[in-house]
Design a protein around this ligand. Sequence first.
Ligand SMILES: Nc1nc2c(c(=O)[nH]1)N[C@H]1C(S)=C(S)[C@@H](COP(=O)(O)O)O[C@H]1N2
Ligand SMILES: [Mo]
Length: 251
Amino acid sequence: MSATGGRPAYDAVRPELLRIERRLMLRGALSLGALSMLTGCRLDDGNAVDTALAAVSRFNDRVQAALFDPGRLAATFPPSAITRPFPFNAYYGMDDIRTVDASAWRLELSGLVADRRPWSLAMLRQLPQRSQITRHICVEGWSAIGQWSGVPFSVFLRRIGADLRARYVGFTCFDDYFTSIDMATALHPQTIMALDYGDGPLPPAYGAPMKLRMPTKLGYKNPKYVAAITVTNRNPGGYWEKEGYNWFGGS
Ligand SMILES: Nc1nc2c(c(=O)[nH]1)N[C@H]1C(S)=C(S)[C@@H](COP(=O)(O)O)O[C@H]1N2
Ligand SMILES: [Mo]
């Protein structure tokens, strides 16, 4: 990491740099030093690093999208492997967890959707449910195994008459978080609208009343406290993505 050593401006992008460098090294191809050659950027200030990373990240999005296999399943685990207690994470601390009256909650729909009527929790519970025990990986350096159950998102998207040829699905949350995913991931069989965690309803810490759970994506791509969903051809971006996290965010 000689290109970045000891400069405070790099601290914010350091995790991303480490991740990119590790990936480059794993492929046996490049070092971080080569990043500057690859992108033609001199990595001598925060802006230059940002520009180089953004270029690599966009390239990375395209590679990940091309390599994503819609039929390949993420690993699943036995109940004995579940991490207890499952960690909480958000862009704020546990004291600021948002709660909503589950019976009053309505999921708003917009964009390329034929039937935009809002959905209640009771309506979602009438759709087919699927349960899975999978690993959640956070880029902050931890991972944990949990059990989420809920409606396969592909079932829901078909039910609302979403345009399945659209490129993106965006999520906004009632804690002001937001993120978005590619349609291939939205339709992946393990992508679920999680209503339950373990044996009971999804607790407030983990995103009650509904979060999108996708074991093929990193933690920050899994929105908790979902308030609204949009289907669109314009990339809605995301809370961490606008800070430089890779948009595709595959795990
Ligand atoms: N609404 C919302 N969703 C969110 C976040 C957030 O701050 N708000 N943080 C993300 C990140 S970075 C992680 S690692 C996971 C943490 O989920 P958990 O609390 O169930 O472990 O939620 C993701 N989804
Ligand atoms: Mo995360």
